[in-house]
Write a protein of this length. Structure first.
Length: 293
């Protein structure tokens, strides 16, 4: 058994899945007294050997510390686990992945039960937790006072970025980044499909693709600037008219290579709508307005 000298504030962690276990180890390593609870008790045994206190019930775990961190499967699990706990005077941090509206509703419920609330969106996979050089961080939103009170503990497993008093903003930032990533992965899949049947090695092509995506990623700053000032024609190098004309080549090449084009067509259809609206001298920023209902 390892012996920690606990000179830091204690906290409680509910949920010891892969992410919860990684968080627990980071806090134990940093010298925070930790009380843990998991629905399946076996998950807690290795952590007990590393110095964690294992609570018999979720309510008992909540009672042990002011700071209570929850990292469970979904919102319904959180509600069930906290049902019998007394949250009066507690600082509850929910790191369970969910939607912005769910976080706002949860914040309201928790406030009614006498606790402060912070919602978190973890931008990392478990192996990145507790590794300072990994670049892992967590978006937090909700009570600024709670965040400031427990900042030291919250920044142990990963970096912390506070994004606002609105409890839904952490989840919204999380999902917005993941959504952009999803679109990028779609484009990457299409690119590899185009060369798949040719004598072009994917490992030789990959560095070209990665460098190109990094170079193109800078365009988000121009999109943001255009959205901020409303001038969608500023600094446009390749306007909509040119892009729509070029899209025919993208679709024709996919056809010729025997590659399905459905990952590209929804986006290209939006560009065509903008062009039809007489906005050919703009860039692609108008797509944002088409998407917002």
């Amino acid at each position: 058994m390892s012996h920690h000298t606990f000179d830091k504030p204690g906290l409680t962690l509910l949920g010891l899945g892969a992410m919860g276990t990684a968080l627990a180890r980071a806090w134990l390593t940093a010298g925070h007294p930790l009380t843990v609870w998991n629905r399946t008790p076996g998950r807690a045994e290795p952590l007990a050997a590393e110095g964690a206190t294992v609570a018999r019930t979720a309510a008992e775990a909540v009672a042990a510390n002011r700071l209570v961190v929850v990292c469970l499967l979904d919102g319904a699990s959180v509600d069930a686990v906290l049902a019998d706990a007394d949250l009066t005077g507690k600082d509850l941090v929910d790191l369970t992945t969910g939607t912005p509206d769910r976080a706002r509703a949860h914040a309201a419920l928790v406030h009614e039960r006498g606790a402060r609330f912070l919602d978190g969106g973890i931008m990392a996979v478990p192996p990145m937790i507790g590794a300072p050089s990994s670049g892992a961080y967590v978006f937090y939103s909700g009570s600024r006072a709670l965040f400031d009170t427990h900042r030291e503990a919250l920044t142990r497993p990963a970096g912390a970025r506070y994004v606002g008093e609105d409890a839904g903003f952490a989840a919204l930032h999380d999902v917005a980044l993941l959504s952009a990533m999803t679109g990028m992965f779609a484009g990457v899949s299409h690119a590899f499909a185009l060369i798949r049947k040719e004598n072009i090695g994917p490992t030789a092509f990959a560095p070209l693709l990665a460098d190109w995506l990094v170079a193109m990623s800078g365009s988000v700053h121009l999109t943001a600037a255009q959205l901020a000032d409303g001038d969608y024609t500023r600094e446009v190098a390749s306007n909509l008219a040119m892009q729509v004309a070029g899209s025919a080549t993208l679709l024709r090449t996919a056809e010729d290579q025997g590659v399905r084009s459905e990952l590209l067509t929804p986006y290209l259809a939006l560009l065509e709508r903008l062009l039809a609206d007489g906005r050919g001298d703009e860039g692609t920023t108008g797509v944002v307005d088409l998407l917002v209902r």
